[in-house]
Design a protein around this ligand. Structure first.
Ligand SMILES: *Cc1c(COP(=O)(O)O)cnc(C)c1O
Length: 588
């Protein structure tokens, strides 16, 4: 018989543990890492001689400074004792948890070398690690690794903006070329056709027409500003042009508002796609919105679907969205499909294992498997990748779609640009890339590595939900929480939305003081979650006295929440505390 359950080897080896169980091993490795760092310097230029002598080090004022510094270190460490204990299984609040050891070591080692991935000149190794790490993520997401391109960002917000930046780049190029072709009387294609052409024919058409650069720049709304180029576009096509729209599901992450605002598309260009009763992107409404946009002669710059929504952790039907877009593609209208997998991209690590069925619906698996059919993906290793902040990534299906540039001639497809031309951010640390790299090679991004850890987290959610259902008749679970996020409220029959919301707020504030447990809350608005809420609140026949409902939100990411070894059972302790707090609220 093996000493450690093979199911648990990955999580037990690769996390420090809530009581620092792996401390001695970690200390050994930390010491080795620093020793190696010292030796590296000494070996590289051994004859250069020392700059700080032993005599210097014996100087009293020198030693006093060191002592003062040590006090400051203690001061800083002490201050951090008040930090939110995100390592603990008691922390089930936001999308963050204990970081894995490979990720921590990869991050730390990189800090010692401090590469700047802005350019190969200041990052020789870091830049290569980034390429390799992007390939590992691409493979996990199901992309063809020989085609996929991408880079690390400071997070999902920047990655989302980067995707929209590229979609805009493509649309702008085609519109400018289309305007030129029309202006010389060569074509009868309309604006919608031009706006939705993929890169495939671009070079061919451009070579054929061979316009001067300045002739294309004249029509480009990136090179000029919309207020300069739109009148020209309208003249050429003989019609109004109100600009493109971006279709985002109605649970829209605030990064999309920032994106359209920054890219000068206008806040009104963001069109919400309605959510169905489960809180997922409604395919029928998507179809209606695309039709409506095209009827108004407004090109669809991008359709966004979400893998792992911020509120409920659910996965949109990416496959069905792509089916809809494919039907347009057959008509010559290629619409950019971006998957916001900032949170849920790592659920792909579950795919390809028979056990997956126990924790992930077939429908969700199908959706995740379809990511490879889309144009681009946002994925945040600093969320479900158990990697330290800040680490997000944008991955694009192929080289052409990866193209972007804001300042060089926007109509030329340039190869081999410096990386800094192709990233929104300038100076970039290689910490996230190295953390992801070491993770992928040690734990593995497949079903037997991360897949096991993440499967465990979904299973933990299921366990906790079961336990609550058994013991608390007044617990109602928000539909659509199909992964490792659990949203719920406590409601008595006939209780109004405001009363239930007040209780949620109370529980949210009291949990860190009792138990303690660290939870989060979210406010579901009718404006966004109308269909879902209408159905949900019928369960306790709630009078609608306000336009939203506050619910508690638990993100069950911690790998040890359902550990068999711990002295207390966290799910039981949580339910026990919850029951006490419900009672306290009723006695207020
Ligand atoms: C977290 C999140 C983002 C933003 O990511 P940051 O890393 O916080 O910038 C975008 N979209 C979704 C769905 C997210 O959950």
């Amino acid at each position: 018989m093996s000493l450690c359950d093979p199911e648990e080897v990955a999580l037990k080896t690769f996390f420090l543990g809530p009581q620092a169980e792996n401390a001695s091993w970690v200390l050994d490795e930390v010491e080795m890492i620093f020793r190696h760092w010292f030796q590296w310097r000494r070996r590289l230029f051994p004859k250069d001689g020392v700059a700080i002598s032993e005599k210097d080090q014996k100087e009293i004022s020198y030693q006093e400074k060191q002592k003062q510094f040590r006090d400051l270190l203690h001061n800083l460490l002490n201050r951090y004792e008040k930090e939110v204990p995100k390592f603990s299984p008691r922390y089930i609040g936001h999308m963050v948890s204990e970081t894995s050891l490979p990720a921590l070591f990869g991050h730390m080692i990189t800090l010692l070398h401090n590469p700047n991935n802005i350019s190969g000149e200041v990052s020789k190794v870091g830049a290569l690690l980034e390429k390799e790490a992007i390939a590992f993520l691409s493979e996990m997401l199901g992309f063809d690794v020989s085609l996929a391109q991408g880079h690390f960002t400071s997070g999902g917000t920047v990655a989302n903006i980067e995707a929209l930046w590229r979609a805009r780049f493509r649309m702008d190029h085609w519109l400018a070329l289309g305007c030129y072709e029309r202006s010389i009387g060569f074509s009868s294609r309309d604006l919608i056709e031009y706006a939705h052409r993929g890169w495939k024919d671009f070079k061919k058409v451009k070579d054929l027409l061979s316009p001067e650069d300045s002739e294309l720049r004249f029509f480009s709304f990136v090179a000029n500003a919309p207020w300069r180029s739109v009148p020209e576009i309208e003249k050429v096509f003989g019609q109004d042009f109100k600009g493109p729209v971006v279709l985002v599901p109605n649970n829209k992450h605030y990064s999309w508002q920032k994106a359209v605002s920054l890219l000068g598309l206008g806040e009104t260009s963001l069109w919400s796609v309605a959510l169905d009763p489960k809180g997922q992107l409604c395919i029928k409404d998507l179809q209606d919105k695309i039709k409506k946009a095209l009827l108004q002669q407004r090109p669809v710059l991008m359709v966004v679907s979400v893998a792992g929504t911020t509120e409920l952790g659910e996965i949109d039907s990416i496959d069905e969205v792509q089916d809809v877009l494919d039907s347009y593609k057959e008509k010559g209208i290629e619409i950019w499909h971006h998957v916001d997998g900032a949170y849920g991209g790592f659920f792909c690590s579950l795919l390809g294992d028979p056990y997956t069925e126990e924790v992930l619906q077939v429908k969700d698996q199908k959706a995740l498997k379809s990511i490879s059919r889309t144009h681009s993906v946002t994925i945040d290793p600093h969320k479900l990748g158990y990697v330290p902040f800040s680490c997000g990534a944008i991955i694009v299906h192929n080289e052409e779609d990866y193209e972007t540039s804001s300042f060089s001639a926007p109509y030329v497809l340039q190869k081999n640009l410096n990386t800094w031309m192709r990233t929104l951010e300038g100076s970039r640390s290689a910490t996230g890339a190295a953390a992801t790299w070491l993770t992928a090679l040690s734990i593995g991004l497949g079903p037997h590595g991360y897949g096991r850890i993440i499967r465990r987290s979904i299973w933990s959610k299921m366990q906790l939900e079961e336990q609550m259902k058994k013991e608390i008749a007044e617990a109602y679970f928000v539909p659509g929480c199909t992964t490792n996020i659990l949203c719920f409220c406590i409601a008595f029959k006939g209780e109004s939305l405001s009363e239930v919301s007040r209780r949620s707020e109370y529980l949210y504030e009291q949990f860190p003081l009792s138990g303690p447990f660290y939870v989060s809350r979210t406010v579901l608005k009718f404006e966004n979650y109308g269909e879902l809420l209408k159905k949900f609140i019928q369960l306790w026949e709630a009078p609608i006295d306000q336009d939203s409902l506050c619910v508690l939100r638990l993100v069950l990411m911690n790998p040890f929440f359902t550990s068999k070894e711990t002295q207390i059972s966290f799910p039981e302790a949580f339910v026990h505390t919850l029951k006490e707090l419900i009672l306290k609220f009723s006695q207020k």
